[in-house]
Design a protein around this ligand. Structure first.
Ligand code: A3P
Length: 301
């Protein structure tokens, strides 16, 4: 079948959530399931895993620049991030599926985006001992960002109003399942899988240079001071917001009248959304679900 571009595709109606092996999902991320599960990872593949809205695009762009920023031919520099770092699980009707895009990717290493909970990761990633980076973001800013994203992202379910959305987030009825399980089970994986670098969005906001140094240490990269400076300049929020290759502004699947993909890029925007009562209820619920004292999030920096 001829594939059309993501900038011109006719989109299907907004999908519905359904239970998929105990996790809420939509068909956009499960239709290609057999190929996802049978995906053949290569030893040098790098998986960039996050719960939705934890800064996957930011991290993907940082990695793209670290690996290919110096060597990229002009045509590659102008490619959208979703082509350079394909999403493993995406399967939008009449568009290339994530696995197909990855099979055709000519870079080495391949940078691969995923939002899958850890139990859904294809087994070849573990067998090939691939490097995996997981970035987590605090629950309150995640739900706010997800809400605005689902208002605009037409391949996601309708979010409804903010209050019911927040309730649904607490119930874990979100695409890719409960935030609490996602961040906790990925964290637990670190105990028996050493090639997993677990990092936090808040730390990346606080000191991008320091976090890039840690990433380089994990990846075995040693960019020059000049290269690092260049990367730091390019990955600032304001720079990315006006960069069409990462701001998704050309992507038909987003209604930019409702919100923008590069929305605020802040820690603490939740304070502009949560009422006092919502915050108290959220904190109560959070305490019950997040028992691991070693997994602490900052809701302000
Ligand atoms: P907000 O909606 O809070 O602004 P993802 O790429 O996983 O979908 O995550 C998107 C979130 O990461 C958005 O959060 C977006 O603004 C934020 N983000 C992207 N690039 C960023 C940057 N350079 N600095 C800070 N936040 C960034």
């Amino acid at each position: 079948m001829a594939k059309v571009s993501v900038t011109s595709v006719e989109l299907p109606p907004r999908p519905q959530l359904f239970d998929f092996h105990g996790v809420s999902m939509t068909n956009i991320f499960t239709d290609n399931w057999e190929n996802i599960q049978n995906f053949q990872a290569r030893p040098d593949d790098i998986l960039i895993a996050t719960y939705p809205k934890a800064g996957n695009t930011w991290l993907s762009y940082i990695l793209d620049l670290l690996y290919f920023g110096q060597t990229s031919p002009e045509h590659r520099t102008s490619l959208s991030i979703y082509l350079k770092v394909p999403n493993l699980e995406v399967a939008i009707p009449s568009l290339q599926q994530g696995t197909e895009m990855l099979d055709n990717l000519s870079t080495s290493p391949r940078l691969i985006k995923t939002h899958l909970p850890v139990q859904f990761i294809p087994k070849s990633f573990w067998e090939q001992n691939c490097r995996i980076i997981y970035m987590a973001r605090n629950a309150k800013d995640s739900v706010v960002s997800f809400f605005h994203f689902e208002r605009m992202a037409l391949i996601h379910p309708e979010p409804g109003d903010w209050n019911s959305y927040l309730q649904r987030f607490m119930e874990g009825k979100m695409v890719f399942g409960p935030w609490h399980d996602h961040v906790s089970t990925w964290r637990k994986k670190k105990e028996n899988y050493s090639k997993l670098h677990y990092m936090f969005y808040e730390d990346l906001v606080e000191d991008t240079g320091r976090e890039i140094d840690k990433l380089c240490c994990f990846l075995g990269l040693s960019p020059s001071a000049e290269e690092k400076e260049t990367i730091l300049g390019k990955v600032q929020f304001d720079k990315m917001k006006t960069n069409d290759t990462v701001n998704h502004s050309k992507y038909r699947g987003m209604d930019l009248k409702k919100s923008s993909f590069m929305r605020k890029g802040k820690v603490g925007d939740w304070k502009n959304h949560f009422t006092v009562a919502q915050n108290e209820e959220f904190d109560e619920d959070y305490k019950k679900k997040m028992k691991d004292p070693t997994l602490q999030f900052r809701t302000e920096v």
